[in-house]
Each structure stands twice: as C-alpha cells, then as structure tokens.
Design a protein. Structure first.
Length: 305
C-alpha cells in the first residue's frame, strides 16, 4: 500500500466520493451509507458546509479507499472504508475523534464496519443506541397501493417549482405557507427558496448525480400538489434511493405516500432496481417494506449520561 491523505474539497471531490461510495456499496448499506446520502446533504442549500474541509480522504496510490465525513450536522460523523483496508480503521477513528469539527460527536457505523467499531472502542467510545431504516427488497415482494380517487401524477417535466415549494413547505414546515410569496424574486437565503433548493440543488446546477426525472409528485383534482417523493437512481448499485417524502397535512392518511412509493416501485423495478430505501417510521413496514438496515450510534463513554 502507498497510503496518502488529503482534506475534502467541496465541488472538486464530489465525483471522487461518489465513485468511492458506489464502489464500496453493499446491499442494505452494511458497509457504510449509499452514495446519494452524502451528496444529498452536501448539495442542500441549508447544509452547513463551512467545515467540509475537515472531512478527510485516504488514498492508495491515488485510489480513494477511505473517507471520514459528517452529514446532517458536524457532530454526526460517518465513515466509508473499502474492504481490504481495515488496517486504516484506527487512524480514521482517531482523526474523526480528535480532528473533526464538533463538540458532542456521535460516530455512526453500519453492521459491516466492525474494524471501525473496534477502533472507536479503543478511543473510549461505546454504542449508545441504534436507528433502523426500512428497505424494500424487490426479490421479496411488490408494492401495489393504488392512487386514491381524485388524485393524479404530475409528469416530471411538468413539475412547477413554485407549486412544489408550497407542497414541501406545508409537508415539512409548521405554519401556513405565505400566499403572497414571490418565488422568482426571493433571495437564496429565504426559507421557501431554501426548502426548494434543498431538494432541487443550487441555482447554478443540480447535484451532480441527481435523477429528478424519477421524482414523483401527486396533485389533487384542483391541480394543487399534495405529495412529493424524491428518487436517486444509482444504476451501478441497482439502488433506488428515496429522499425525501412528504404529504401536505390535509391530504394525509389517504394513501398518497403509499401510492407514490408504489409508483416508484413500478418504475424502478423496470430499470432493474434490487433495493429501494425508506425511513425508520413504521409506515414503511405497514405498506410492505420487507427488510431493515441498522445504524449503530457510538459516543464517548465519559459523555454518556
């Protein structure tokens, strides 16, 4: 091995990380998170990217073999480590603990990252809990929830940004949508524009590997958007990565989210998908998601209450 390291560079290293994460991917994310998870956060308008230079790459003769990074916040540290390079685990864990930005760090591991877990244990970290995401295995069944009467799908090329932003606002944010909002004149740091950009990337270009053509939007009979489900298709991994999913409050409990995921199932199966991600909510099991991915959360023993 000829191991070198360097700090992550926003924009220039996105393709490098995508290649590492897609190469490293194993079904059910047992060896680290799938590639879209990092890119989704890193290109979102509300992502705190000023500390991204603290993320570090490990390379073997220029080939990326390891990556330490944060996702939704600087305290949530994640790892990617190629099989065969477990000897780097101690160094990577030490870097995460002693050099990454963050005051109350949680190290997150998946089932197959045992070398990294052992390294964290040496540094005084211990497992404090787990999070479970539901995953749909296409070989074990199907999703076939019908679209409720009075609703229809919007073609991806016909999706209107303002109407989608309203749907996202009402689906994710508490409070009424400001009806007098002028989307075209908004600054990028205004909440509504941020929410749209968080799904559709910045105003210069979308996230490099986004596949907006596979997004699902459901509208009611008046043409108002009622449900949105985003989709990243990773052909190399045969992975349908769903992110995010929301339904406007007055349209909930009618089966729209189940219908959206069923439409994803139909479309992605035809492309050769083997797995489709979901979330931790019991809703996914109820509609037919049939397997689980476990995320292990570790913290410093002295900080455990």
């Amino acid at each position: 091995m000829n191991i070198t390291t360097r700090q992550f560079q926003l924009l220039t290293d996105e393709a490098v990380i995508w290649d590492l994460m897609t190469d490293n991917y194993e079904p059910l994310s047992v060896n680290g998170a799938p590639a879209p998870s990092f890119e989704y956060y890193a290109t979102s308008a509300n992502f705190e990217n000023r500390y991204m230079s603290s993320c570090r790459l490990w390379l073997d003769d220029g080939k990326p073999v390891g990556f330490v990074y944060y996702e939704d916040c600087t305290d949530n540290i994640n790892f990617i480590l190629r099989r065969g390079y477990e000897s780097l685990a101690d160094e990577m864990a030490d870097y995460a603990v002693n050099h990454m930005h963050g005051k109350d760090k949680t190290l997150t591991f998946t089932d197959g990252q045992t070398a990294l877990m052992r390294a964290a244990e040496k540094l005084g970290y211990s497992e404090v809990g787990t999070d479970t995401d539901n995953t749909f295995d296409f070989s074990k069944g199907s999703l076939d929830h019908p679209l409720p009467k009075g609703y229809h799908f919007i073609k991806p090329e016909d999706i209107e940004p303002e109407k989608l932003t309203k749907c996202l606002w009402r689906g994710f944010v508490s409070g009424e949508y400001p009806e007098d909002a002028d989307f075209e004149t908004m600054d990028d740091d205004e909440p509504l524009k941020e929410l749209y950009l968080a799904v559709y990337g910045n105003t210069i270009s979308p996230p490099p590997h986004s596949t907006y053509e596979h997004n699902i939007v459901i509208a009611d009979e008046n043409g108002e958007y009622a449900c949105f489900s985003g989709m990243w298709w990773v052909e190399k991994n045969r992975l349908a990565y769903m992110e995010p999913l929301c339904t406007v409050p007055e349209h909930r409990r009618k089966g729209l989210a189940a219908a959206a995921l069923s439409e994803h199932h139909r479309r992605m199966r035809s492309l050769g998908a083997r797995y489709m991600t979901g979330g931790g909510n019991t809703f996914y099991k109820r509609i037919g998601y049939n397997t689980e991915t476990v995320w292990h959360r570790w913290k410093k023993i002295s900080t455990i209450q």
